[in-house]
Design a protein around this ligand. Structure first.
Ligand code: NZQ
Ligand code: ZN
Length: 384
């Protein structure tokens, strides 16, 4: 096992009716800016629950953080924060709203041009406190310190990370999933699955706890994922998916193990250039990445085939091939397409995305830095 330091300071409040705990989770003397997206919270009752819980607080709101939050929109919220001296940010939404709030919280305290936090890794020295009401289980952003923000003018979709933007608390009520459209449910299951794979499917370091936690998450997502689309999906199905998504990227399974993230880095460029949803890009890239890296990942692929998929291991090469096919079939089982052509895209994608990767210095990705630009090109061509 590799050395690691681990802390996850986000206080999770999980279950039905937990939104009402906002009343006590945010200090009464805070001036709260409630930030949300395109308005789904207004039609599904979450806004009312938040407003009622904040009855005794002083608060205002900022609406319109878009999927793949933009720097341009976030900066409008920063202006509002500064103009009205808000000192607490409450994110009510999915990964995009939460990531947007992380950037807003950092940018509001930043001296200089906040875009440089993303473009140049300019250090963040302080940030406003953030709380979260999660409405879409997928990214894990509700209890981690990462954020990904897009610049609409330059086609950049760039990450930053600092413990200063880790949410103080996150409220996870699985009932919020009732109004999620099929596409977003699929996005959530696939994103959580691929987060787990990026931290599991590398090479063995004898990290038995992390491996078995990761295997538990993969198995849970495969078992419960296909059930969540039914109109009357049980609460337990939603709860298990929601908790899996949080656990997949809260630092626990990634502590002390090598990590990959090459699928994500290529995926971010696909979103920046072609506007595909984040998880849609992952479902396209991951099976091809597994195939391209099958020798480097051989031992973990075999472990995955045996322990997660319960495959016949008498012919190892056949088991690996089947494991990759089963992964892609799982994506289909949660109504997620896995090819560029499903979105009307073809071979032209390869040059464009490789140029983006090069521009962003993503020239040696993965746990062995073995995914060169040439390999990325080959993977993208196989994605057609
Ligand atoms: O805008 P609203 O009205 O909120 O509608 C959203 C949005 O249109 C809708 N939605 C959310 N909750 C709903 C709902 N609709 C009905 N009922 C509900 N309860 O769903 C749509 C998509 O929301 P979004 O927040 O964009 O989805 P997701 O949670 O998948 O977040 C994706 C973003 O997170 C980033 C991605 O790159 C992408 O920008 N990621 C963040 C990570 C992190 N911070 O750790 C890691 C991930 O790998 C990822 O990169
Ligand atoms: Zn992701």
């Amino acid at each position: 096992m590799l050395n690691f330091s681990f802390v996850n300071p986000t206080h999770i409040h999980f279950g039905e009716q937990q939104i009402s705990t906002l009343a006590v989770n945010i200090p009464l003397d805070a001036k709260v800016l409630v930030v949300y997206g395109g308005g789904s919270i207004k039609s599904n009752g979450i806004y009312e629950q938040v407003a009622s819980a904040l009855e005794k607080h002083v608060w205002g709101e900022f609406a319109g953080v878009e999927p793949n939050p933009s720097y341009q929109t976030c900066m409008k919220a920063v202006e509002l924060v500064k103009a009205h001296n808000y000192d607490f940010i409450l994110a009510v939404g999915g990964g995009s709203v939460i990531d947007g709030c992380k950037f807003i919280a950092a940018a509001a305290c930043f001296e200089g041009e906040p875009w440089e936090i993303l473009s140049k890794g300019a250090p963040v020295e302080s940030a406003l406190p953030i709380g979260v009401v999660l409405t879409l289980p997928a990214t894990g952003s509700e209890s981690n310190s990462f954020s990904v923000v897009s610049n609409l003018q330059s086609n950049d979709k760039l990450p930053f990370a600092t413990p200063l933007v880790q949410p103080k608390f996150a409220i996870l009520d699985p009932n919020v999933m009732t109004t999620l459209p099929t596409r977003q449910l699929a996005n959530g299951v696939v994103d959580a699955f691929v987060h787990t794979m990026e931290q599991y499917l590398t090479y063995p370091v004898d990290a038995k706890v992390q491996d078995r936690f990761a295997e538990g998450l993969l198995m849970t997502l495969m078992e419960e994922g296909p059930k969540v689309f039914a109109k009357d999906a049980p609460y337990a199905v939603k709860a298990n998916i929601m908790w899996s998504a949080t656990m997949a990227l809260n630092g626990l399974i990634g502590a002390g193990v090598p990590q990959d993230w090459s699928t994500h880095m290529i995926g971010h460029e696909l979103t920046a250039v072609y506007g595909l949803d984040h998880a849609q890009t992952l479902a396209i890239v991951l099976p091809r990445m597994m195939m391209e890296q099958k020798e480097a990942k051989r031992e973990k692929l075999l472990q995955y085939a045996q322990r997660v998929l319960n495959l016949d291991m008498s012919d190892e090469d056949a088991a690996i091939k089947q494991a990759i096919e089963k992964t892609e079939a799982f994506f289909h089982s949660v109504q997620m397409p896995t090819r560029l052509r499903d979105y009307g895209l073809g071979e032209e994608v390869a040059d464009k995305i490789v140029a983006q990767l090069e521009r962003h210095g993503m020239v040696a990705l993965g746990e062995h830095q073995a995914v060169t630009l040439e390999k990325s090109r080959s993977i993208l061509l196989q994605c057609v």
